[in-house]
Design a protein around this ligand. Structure first.
Ligand SMILES: Cc1cc2nc3c(=O)[nH]c(=O)nc-3n(C[C@H](O)[C@H](O)[C@H](O)COP(=O)(O)OP(=O)(O)OC[C@H]3O[C@@H](n4cnc5c(N)ncnc54)[C@H](O)[C@@H]3O)c2cc1C
Length: 311
């Protein structure tokens, strides 16, 4: 969530009130490089971890009442935070939101902080199909719903029944799948919502076959994507289903291009990697701009970033 307001951070009494609301789970000046998979970015002014919906509602109400700028952090696998860091409040769901429950009817209720990769493995091990595409996506459930993460012709929205989240004014809302305007890499959830849980309808099937599909997807990833070095996955959205951003960047001759420590991966042109963890956020941002300019100038293609930039 990225709503602009001022003054950033608020006064000491607000900090004290938030601190008390979350039993002290508030950290100051946390380096973004430590909580994002790209490993870049400066200090987050306030990082708050909530362990219940009631805590989340209380904190959001406090921050909204003082018109504070709020962000929500999942696993940081699609984020670029500026070198100067972030003035304001970042909310994160704690381990109480990692629950996964399956009903007798094959409905899976999953907490917003549950790791998507582990979820994909867990459901497939139990013989449920529908999340094979997610094997290898290092997201939180909440982040993957917000982004409508997808791969291998599947996406989060496909098997979703409903999404539950808290709005900035503290209201807890559940949306049925068909109440949201899902698009490629977008849920259309209202600005500022924090997704706390989602429900999926998965289909029981042949366990060995489902597991085989997960393994096949992972094997394909390992052979085509630079998974062993820091990155944020695909940097740009595909311009169309027929035209991949990776192909555009490769055709524009950008594989291997670099600025500072940031490199367009020689393995996959739509991935910017930080192999030695020496890149700054500005290196990455400038490389993103360079890719956009060259894709436009050489091939006439506009590339829209998929990576979310916080500054
Ligand atoms: C190695 C690698 C492989 C990847 N492969 C894929 C892929 O195949 N397909 C794909 O789609 N993406 C892929 N990604 C990108 C990334 O994993 C997805 O975009 C994912 O959905 C981000 O989830 P996150 O929890 O890390 O969110 P973050 O990166 O923390 O946040 C991303 C956005 O989601 C919002 N957000 C996070 N949590 C919540 C919440 N609980 N409620 C509301 N908003 C929230 C944030 O505010 C931000 O706007 C990959 C990334 C990496 C590093």
């Amino acid at each position: 969530m990225e709503n602009n307001a001022a003054p950033a951070g608020g006064g000491a009494s607000l900090v004290k009130a938030v601190f008390a609301s979350v039993n002290g789970r508030l950290r100051e000046g946390v380096p973004a490089s430590g909580v994002t998979t790209l490993s870049v970015g400066g200090p987050i002014q306030y990082l708050v971890t909530v362990e219940s919906v009631a805590e989340l509602q209380a904190v959001m109400r406090l921050l909204s009442s003082e018109e504070q700028r709020m962000y929500v952090l999942g696993h940081g696998s699609n984020l670029l935070v500026a070198d100067a860091g972030l003035a304001g409040w970042v909310l994160r769901l704690g381990s109480a939101f990692k629950g996964v429950e399956c009903s007798a009817q094959g409905e899976w209720l999953v907490g917003g902080a549950a790791p998507l990769m582990a979820l994909a493995r867990q459901v497939s091990d139990q013989g449920f199909s529908g999340l094979e595409f997610a094997a290898g996506i290092p997201a939180s459930l909440g982040g993957s719903v917000f982004m409508n993460a997808g791969a291998h012709r599947g996406e989060i929205a496909d098997r979703l029944v409903s999404v539950t989240g808290v709005l900035p004014d503290g209201e807890l809302v559940t949306w049925r799948r068909d109440e949201l305007p899902w698009k490629y890499r977008s849920s259309g959830l209202p600005a500022g919502v924090v997704v706390t849980a989602a429900k999926f309808q998965l289909v029981e099937g042949d366990r060995a076959e489902i597991s085989r599909r997960c393994t096949e997807n992972l094997t394909y990833r390992r052979s085509t994507q630079p998974l062993t070095v820091p990155s944020a996955g695909s940097v740009f959205k595909n311009p169309s289903p027929e035209m991949s951003a990776g192909r555009v960047l490769e055709d524009a001759g950008l594989k291997g291009a670099s600025i500072g420590g940031a490199i367009v991966s020689p393995m996959h042109a739509n991935w910017i990697v930080n192999p030695e963890k020496k890149a700054s956020a500005s290196d990455v941002a400038r490389l993103i701009e360079m890719c956009q300019h060259q894709a436009r100038d050489r091939l006439g293609v506009f590339l829209e970033p998929e990576v979310r930039m916080w500054k």
